[in-house]
Design a protein around this ligand. Structure first.
Ligand code: ZN
Length: 473
């Protein structure tokens, strides 16, 4: 039995409360309050409103150094409302939101690790400090990046976090930096039939910008990504020349510098579209985040701890539950599951998945210079302190992130067991770090080397504030 299982009931409640609340991007009031309440009840010194963000928080226990940060997330996604345990799309009538990335489990698992560590610190006073950092708005909000700019992570020696997945693994490789910006075009309205010559269409400009960017794609790095969403079409009347239109762009690249260079090329295309349509254009950066700097030192530590702690034990009910989802998600799909680590050897992965339909295996830790072509605001933390993300199986093999099927499995006993496992592995890793200053120094030296000694600079322009913020410019 894991030590974290002593807190099973409490974590079970937290998982339910956060999953049910399903609060998105900077609106996670009930979720943050539930996590804070639980930490405070166990003696953690908690403070809400970190970095001027109402739904961010910190909670500390222990004293002295090293200072180990445990990063909690708890935000949901819009458009993914789904009832629990259903094997077909079935939205909850009361909300359009859903926990399609399992962040409700991240929050609960981090609290689980913190509660285990509280008892250990009581037995080993003065060995160091654990700080839970409640980070809202990971999905599209880049809260950690805004928090990094305010110095929230500056005094951390190490940062650890986890993400629910379909497999168990310590993360290796990097993730992409990105920049999100809104482009607004301004034209002239006119009767589209009677006086089209008097109109200048902002919607035409948006369309031409998108066409231009689509031609850019052939001339980018293989790992660069550009996505867009039209956020204002200029109305629904085709007989009115659209005088205002808006498109949101998300550009991703391997480093902050290359993301900036790619973004500049997109801005030039927007300028060209405005010139072609005789409209005007302005843009504003909404947020940005840094690429993830890997840590082989921490990866090896987390991998060793996973093996030491041992995988969760599943019962017949868990097996029947997973079998139901495996049936609808497709066995082949499950066997080819990439988890959040698409670079791992496909043949070996296929062998592991097809012989372990419960996902009850630990992916070997093989540090690789690869890049996952998604992004996370933990990248900014990794530019400041050594960071590692653990991944633990909480969903049936073949479950896609950001899908209704993932929301549906969010309250299962299988997901809860994965969360208790994550809590225990993280707690064991922190115990080792608190007892072994040389290991902390080794991780820090690796981080300095990988950052090439460059101090952190926030990729978000100084005048851009998080929404719902009380930060001052
Ligand atoms: Zn996520």
């Amino acid at each position: 039995m894991y030590e974290s299982e002593r807190f099973r009931q409490e974590l079970h409640e937290l998982i339910r409360v956060i999953w049910t609340a399903s609060e998105t991007c900077y609106e996670e009031y009930r979720s943050a309050a539930a996590l804070i309440e639980s930490l405070q009840a166990h003696g953690y010194r908690a403070e809400a409103g970190t970095a001027g963000i109402p739904t961010a928080f910190t909670a500390e226990y222990g004293s002295g150094l090293p200072l180990i940060g445990l990063l909690a997330e708890y935000d949901a996604l819009d458009g993914l409302s789904q009832k629990a345990d259903m094997t077909e799309p079935c939205p909850r009538p009361e909300t359009t939101h859903g926990h399609g990335c399992g962040h409700h489990l991240i929050g609960a698992g981090i609290v689980g690790a913190a509660l285990v560590l509280k008892d250990w610190i009581d037995a080993h006073p003065g060995t160091g400090t654990v700080r839970v950092i409640g980070c809202p708005a990971e999905e599209g909000g880049a809260a950690k990046t805004f928090m990094a700019r305010e110095g929230v992570f500056d005094d951390l020696d190490i940062a650890l976090t986890w993400h629910p997945s379909t497999i168990n693994a310590a993360m290796t490789g990097s993730m992409l930096a990105n920049i999100m910006a809104v482009f607004r075009f301004h034209g002239k309205p006119s009767h589209a039939g009677a006086a089209p010559q008097k109109g200048r269409s902002a919607l035409d400009a948006v369309e031409l910008m998108n066409v231009g960017v689509n031609y850019l794609r052939e001339h980018m790095e293989m790992t660069d990504r550009v996505h867009y969403a039209i956020s204002n079409t200029g109305g629904v009347s085709p007989n009115v020349v659209q005088s205002e239109a808006e498109v949101i762009y998300l550009t991703r690249s391997r480093t902050n510098e290359s993301a900036k260079a790619l973004f500049e090329r997109v801005v030039n295309i927007a300028r060209g579209a405005a010139l072609m349509t005789e409209t005007t254009m302005d843009y504003s950066i909404r947020n940005a985040l840094s690429n993830v700097v890997p840590s082989d030192t921490l990866g090896q530590l987390l991998y060793d701890k996973m093996n030491e702690v041992g995988l969760p034990r599943y019962d017949d009910e868990d097996r029947a539950y997973i079998a139901r989802f495996r049936e609808i998600l497709g066995e082949e799909e499950g066997n080819r599951d990439a988890g959040l680590l698409p670079e791992f050897d496909m043949d070996e992965r296929y062998r592991l998945c097809s012989t372990h339909p419960m996902g009850d295996f630990i992916l070997p830790f093989e540090p690789k210079d690869v890049v996952v072509t998604a992004s996370s605001d933990m990248g900014d933390v990794s530019r400041i302190a050594p960071l590692l993300q653990l991944q633990c199986a909480c969903f049936c093999l073949g479950t896609q992130p950001h899908s209704w099927a993932q929301v549906a499995q969010g309250l299962s006993s299988y997901a809860e067991k994965g969360t208790l496992f994550a809590a225990q592995v993280l707690a064991e890793a922190v115990k080792t770090l608190l007892s072994d200053p040389a290991l902390v120094e080794k991780a820090k030296a690796e981080n300095v080397r990988r950052n090439e000694g460059n101090p952190y600079t926030c990729p978000i322009p100084p005048d851009v504030l998080p929404p719902c913020s009380t930060q001052k410019q």
